[in-house]
Design a protein around this ligand. Structure first.
Ligand SMILES: Nc1nc2c(c(=O)[nH]1)N[C@H]1C(S)=C(S)[C@@H](COP(=O)(O)OP(=O)(O)OC[C@H]3O[C@@H](n4cnc5c(=O)[nH]c(N)nc54)[C@H](O)[C@@H]3O)O[C@H]1N2
Ligand SMILES: Nc1nc2c(c(=O)[nH]1)N[C@H]1C(S)=C(S)[C@@H](COP(=O)(O)OP(=O)(O)OC[C@H]3O[C@@H](n4cnc5c(=O)[nH]c(N)nc54)[C@H](O)[C@@H]3O)O[C@H]1N2
Ligand code: SF4
Ligand SMILES: [Mo]
Length: 644
């Protein structure tokens, strides 16, 4: 049996963007391992991707186009010609009658490959169609850092190794970015103190020296308490005014309440805030790694602004080993201008997608095309999102599986998986660029988003704009600037290459791309104290679990969703029993698990459950946008457990 090891890159929406070595026997992938030569992957993959080849060959994979005239019919397999003729005819009629804005193109994070954005270009040139605005993933945090620093970017991940204090603020690296965890572990081995701040107890605490467990959404108050201690004890950097605007206003804000008062609001003990302040002020350099989870709350942007301010006033920005890191700007190295078309005539809000589709008029949204997204399962208010799709005239979903969203479609177009992907990737957790290369040919009739768009473009008069092979497009995206810096497509295909334009230290010299050249400190805060809701005492935290990537699972989750609560918060329901989890919006049957380490005001449920499996947390979550950046306030939903 011929055995070959083939190299590619993981394209999942994950900060780590790993190098993969696939073992292929007789044309079939039998094992996946981390590339030992990749500087961040260092020879291991997370469990969700190590087992993804099982999904590659799963019985429920969609391997031919599927079509139906109406949603009460079953799908029937169709040839690509039949499916694309049908799609082209329907889209063209709608466009002629109502204009391009009557078509919505929605894309989310199923793959981070740059060529997954080809449909954006298609719908911009063809419509231009309606698109989404906002970002349910990290939108609030990006908006906050843009306001404070002028850009959301981070120093090289390696710099964490030079930190004396590492704060994991709302970050469960053990589950969601295991390669970042390895770097934190290295920092600790070199003497750094690691502080973890999360209302939820989880596996990442194995690397933490201190764990602070504030109330959900209590971080802004905690940050203000820490700032109060910094000013009280003279731990703020004496030169902070040279790189910060609004220092006086920030000091006035932080000292407008006592440290004890802020701590009560955050539900942390005063010594915990004092200890954190002293570490940031004295044990420098300190790096704060800000998680994405904590921004998915009503006050997510204000919270990140408060955390940014702690880094700024302690001088932990713009120097080695320091920083407030939320995002690594992955795309800036590539020539993404080749993917850009004219602006959209209209946008709908991503966190309010179902509502906005139903409300759109002049023209109404008549057709929807979905790329690399499962909005029914992953956006808030699943029932409304499903209703919005199910009441459209024509819905097309490009996906490899019959997801909750694909079940609302008239046409499902089978796409390539990550093992078949032919694309370029930058990471949002480290500064390496790389390429994905198919390790096996596409199964069945699966096509990439590029190939699908080429088929459609040929029918709608745009063939020339989309001509070219995957490698032609990859070469265009590499572009002359990267090539001039010595980064060719061939080099990327041979292994990860450090982004030559990424600064090792971001904001070096503490200069910021803002109008004044200084960073901005927040000068007012909203009241983040949640209203009393005795009927719904628990915050629903739908967080990442090791074997799932959003709604893509590696091992099928069986039975009802497991909801983890403190025994005192279980409404008397025994460990292991079934119960009803209710929000003001809907209810789910769940299995209760007791965990005495959790707070008494949280209910944990896996992120990414499907409606069709009865496991979808987002059926319970109201559609509400964050304070800035149009993220989704997923984790501010209040629920209760009721015995069956
Ligand atoms: N296994 C796995 N890995 C994943 C994903 C997955 O679905 N599964 N998803 C991927 C995606 S899409 C992304 S964006 C990234 C990030 O994926 P995320 O799932 O967002 O992971 P984290 O950033 O670690 O953030 C989650 C943490 O934020 C905490 N949190 C929530 N609210 C608060 C709060 O109010 N205060 C504080 N301090 N903490 C809070 C949660 O308790 C949780 O521990 O990871 C990716 N990695
Ligand atoms: N309750 C709750 N909801 C959340 C979150 C949460 O923490 N809690 N997290 C949010 C976050 S951080 C994110 S990023 C979103 C993610 O939301 P989504 O991006 O919608 O979720 P995924 O399940 O990653 O991917 C969607 C689909 O993309 C498909 N896909 C994969 N590769 C390709 C490809 O190359 N082409 C095409 N056409 N399709 C492909 C997959 O098969 C999958 O069905 O969910 C958000 N939803
Ligand atoms: S999902 Fe993330 S950690 Fe897992 S293999 Fe892919 S890039 Fe690496
Ligand atoms: Mo995300």
């Amino acid at each position: 049996m011929p055995t070959e090891i083939r190299r590619t890159t993981c394209n999942r929406d994950c900060p780590d963007v790993c190098g993969i070595l696939a073992t292929v026997v007789d044309g079939r992938v039998v094992a996946l391992n981390g590339d030992p030569d990749h500087p961040v992957t260092r020879g291991f993959l997370c469990p969700r991707t190590a087992r993804v080849f099982e999904r590659q060959y799963a019985d429920d994979r969609v391997l031919t186009p599927l079509v139906r005239d109406s949603l009460d019919q079953e799908f029937r397999p169709a040839s690509w010609d039949e499916a694309l003729d049908l799609v082209a005819g329907r889209l063209d009629a709608i466009r002629r009658q109502s204009g391009g804005a009557a078509i919505l193109h929605y894309r989310c994070g199923g793959s981070l490959g740059l060529l997954t954005e080809i449909p954006d270009l298609f719908f911009a040139l063809y419509g231009p169609a309606t698109t989404k605005r906002g970002d349910v993933c990290g939108g609030a945090g990006d908006a906050a850092q843009l306001a404070d620093f002028g850009v959301s970017d981070s120093s090289d991940l390696d710099e964490v190794r030079n930190a004396r204090t590492v704060v994991l603020w709302g970050k469960n690296c053990a589950t969601s970015s295991p390669h970042t965890l390895a770097v934190v572990r290295d920092a600790r081995a070199r003497g750094a103190t690691v502080v973890l701040i999360d209302p939820v107890r989880h596996r990442t605490e194995a690397v933490a020296d201190r764990v602070i467990q504030p109330r959900p959404g209590g971080d802004l108050a905690l940050a203000m308490a820490v700032a109060g201690v910094l000013f009280r004890e003279g731990l703020a950097d004496p030169d902070a005014a040279t790189w910060c605007d609004d220092l006086d206003a920030f000091r006035a804000l932080a000292t407008s309440r006592s440290v004890a008062d802020w701590c009560r609001d955050a539900d942390v003990a005063v010594p915990e805030a004092e200890d954190l302040a002293r570490r940031l002020g004295c044990d420098r350099p300190a790096t704060i790694l800000v998680g994405w989870g904590l921004v998915r709350r009503l006050h997510g942007a204000a919270t990140v602004r408060a955390i940014d301010a702690l880094g700024l006033v302690t001088g932990n920005v713009g120097v080695p080993g320091a920083g407030v890191s939320f995002y690594w700007r992955r795309r800036k190295a590539f020539d993404v201008s080749v993917l850009q078309g004219p602006p959209a005539p209209r946008t709908v809000s991503e966190p309010l997608l179902g509502h906005d589709i139903l409300a759109a008029c002049d023209p109404p949204i008549r057709a929807v095309w979905i790329t690399a997204g499962n909005p029914v399962a992953m956006l808030p208010d699943s029932d409304r999102t499903a209703e919005a799709l199910r009441t459209r005239e024509f819905v097309v979903v490009a996906d490899a599986f019959l997801t909750d969203t694909a079940r609302c479609a008239h046409v499902v177009l089978p796409t390539r998986t990550l093992l078949e992907s032919d694309d370029l990737l930058g990471a949002y957790g480290h500064p390496y660029l790389s390429a994905s290369v198919p390790v096996v040919p596409p199964q069945g009739q699966a096509r990439s988003d590029l190939e699908i768009m080429q088929g459609l473009a040929a029918r709608l008069g745009l063939a020339a704009e989309f001509a070219g092979s995957h490698r032609d497009w990859k070469r265009r995206l590499v572009g002359p600037r990267l090539e001039a810096a010595g980064v060719t497509l061939e080099a990327l295909e041979a292994g990860a290459v450090r982004n030559p334009f990424a600064p090792r230290i971001v904001f070096e010299g503490r200069r910021f791309p803002t109008p004044t050249g200084r960073a901005r400190l927040l000068s007012e805060t909203p009241d983040t104290t949640p209203p009393d809701d005795p009927d719904h005492p628990l915050f629903l935290m739908s967080v990442s679990t090791p074997l799932r990537q959003c709604s893509q699972w590696s091992v099928r989750p069986e039975g009802p969703a497991v909801v983890t609560v403190h025994p005192d918060a279980s409404a008397g329901i025994p460990d292991g029993a079934l119960a009803r989890l209710e929000s003001p919006l809907a209810h789910l049957t769940v299995r209760v698990r007791h965990d005495p380490t959790q707070r008494r005001d949280v209910a944990l449920i896996p992120k990414g459950g499907w409606v069709s499996d009865g496991q979808c947390a987002n059926r319970l979550v109201q559609a509400r946008a964050t304070d800035d950046g149009e993220g989704a306030a997923y984790y501010d939903e209040r629920v209760r457990l009721v015995a069956l």
